[in-house]
Design a protein around this ligand. Structure first.
Ligand code: ADP
Length: 418
């Protein structure tokens, strides 16, 4: 295992795994710390849910993941967080980075959330989201991790006792050797975590090369691509050409959608124009009606002939009406658990290709199916790959978070898997 990764949330883990596969690394995503080591991999991404929990808990979970990755032979460790550096003033990026550095006995690392392809660029330490500073973007109003300062040196310094420095764009633009010189200069000044500027994929490649020997890298998913490209250029990825290949899966196909984002609403609309779809009614669920059994009976009559969609997806005003009646938390959990029950029933009925829309919904489905390891396959749309849950039976899963995917995503995904 060349790279052992610790991700602070589930869809972020998939995002990184997808990038590593694109760079030529055979990659498995583990949901929590796994109980066995996957075979034939270049990278393992352990998905935690540690972004907004108490710093001490985030540190403990990250150290447990680190121990497992080191015991499984990981040569380098990667701590993955969001490309908008989502964190609270208490952490958890700073405390986890500090703890990992100490456990690895390393005196220097970087911090770089840049993901230029998605509009996240870093210049002179300031993070941009598209054309605006992070602090002017929608992230300033995030319910859990509002980001009100775009200067990441300052943001990270507030979360750590270590001194935070900056590798400016002028060094990055000159390539890996110049970046490494700057690393050395910062260390002489006692600055042991370096925010690194990056505005293009070429910058990510240079950063990847400059970091190839660091025991610990902390970043968004972008630097992962740089590291993979560097390993590939140096001939360390013998299977790069087939890194995204998945074994063929035989069986029926279905889609489950619990996301209410604008993109998902469009995707459900597009599918419903001409294809079979069943609406899961939250109020019927709350009234104790046997919605799951009805959904499964409806599916069984159709799914042998063609793929079916089961959805709770609704427009914002309908969601608000349901939340006003049931409470947002209760409604969410009720629907997630119903959709997870439907997923389990579908697999019992022979479904082996399953598309799931919604981050939380995906979490609930994966848990209900008892999935612990996902081998990452080819990309369907940016950030969303097909994956294979390698259990018995093997199931192909496409887990799509909220706003990802084109309007014909469901049909496109099923066509791609064949
Ligand atoms: P996304 O990735 O778009 O955020 P999630 O699955 O993470 O999607 O979150 C969507 C949440 O909304 C889930 O908790 C889901 O159960 C809930 N939900 C789905 N449909 C409805 C609905 N019609 N009314 C209220 N809540 C809903």
């Amino acid at each position: 295992m060349l790279l052992g990764c610790i991700a602070d949330d589930f869809t972020g883990a998939t995002d990184l795994a997808n990038m590593l596969v694109r760079g030529g690394m055979r990659t498995v995503q583990a949901i929590g710390v796994p109980d066995r080591a996957p075979r034939d991999v270049d990278a393992v991404v352990v998905a935690l849910k540690s972004r907004t929990i108490a710093p001490a808990d985030a540190v403990a979970q990250s150290l447990a993941a680190l121990r497992w990755l080191k015991d499984s032979g990981a040569r380098q460790i990667y701590f993955k967080y969001c490309s908008t550096f989502d964190s609270t003033p208490r952490g958890n990026i700073g405390p986890v980075t500090e703890a990992l550095m100490q456990a690895l006995a390393t005196g220097f690392t970087i911090a770089c959330p840049a993901f230029p392809e998605n509009g996240r660029t870093l210049f002179r330490g300031y993070l941009y989201v598209g054309d605006v500073l992070l602090s002017e973007s929608g992230m300033k109003d995030h319910p859990l991790t509002p980001m009100t300062d775009a200067n990441l040196v300052r943001v990270l310094q507030a979360q750590t006792r270590r001194k935070v420095g900056l590798v400016r764009f002028d060094a990055v633009a000159r390539g890996a050797a110049a970046i490494r010189e700057r690393f050395a200069e910062l260390q002489r000044r006692g600055e042991t975590i370096a925010i690194v500027d990056a505005v293009s994929d070429a910058d990510l490649a240079a950063i990847g090369e400059a970091c190839e020997d660091l025991p610990l890298v902390t970043a968004g998913s972008g630097v992962g691509l740089g590291l993979a490209l560097c390993a590939r250029a140096k001939g360390r990825l013998g299977h790069a050409a087939s890194a995204a290949a998945l074994p063929r899966v035989e069986g029926l196909a279905a889609i489950i959608s619990g996301s209410c984002s604008a993109a998902t609403n469009g995707q459900v609309e597009s599918w419903r124009a001409g294809r079979p779809a069943f609406r899961v009614d939250p109020l019927a669920l709350a009234a104790g009606e046997p919605v799951v059994a009805e959904a499964l009976a409806w599916s069984r009559a159709r799914v042998a002939n063609e793929p079916v969609l089961l959805y709770a997806t609704s427009q914002p005003d309908e969601v608000r009406a349901v939340q006003a009646k049931l409470g947002a938390q209760v409604a969410g959990e009720l629907i997630e658990s119903a959709l997870a029950g439907i997923a389990k029933g579908l697999v019992g009925a022979g479904v082996r290709k399953l598309v799931v829309a919604g981050g939380e919904t995906s979490g609930a489905v994966v848990q209900a199916l008892g999935v612990r390891l996902l081998r990452i396959g080819p990309q369907i749309d940016p950030g969303v790959p097909w994956t294979l849950a390698e259990g018995e039976p093997p199931i192909a899963l496409a887990l799509k978070s909220g706003n990802f995917g084109s309007v014909d995503f469901f049909a496109k995904a099923l066509e791609q898997i064949g």
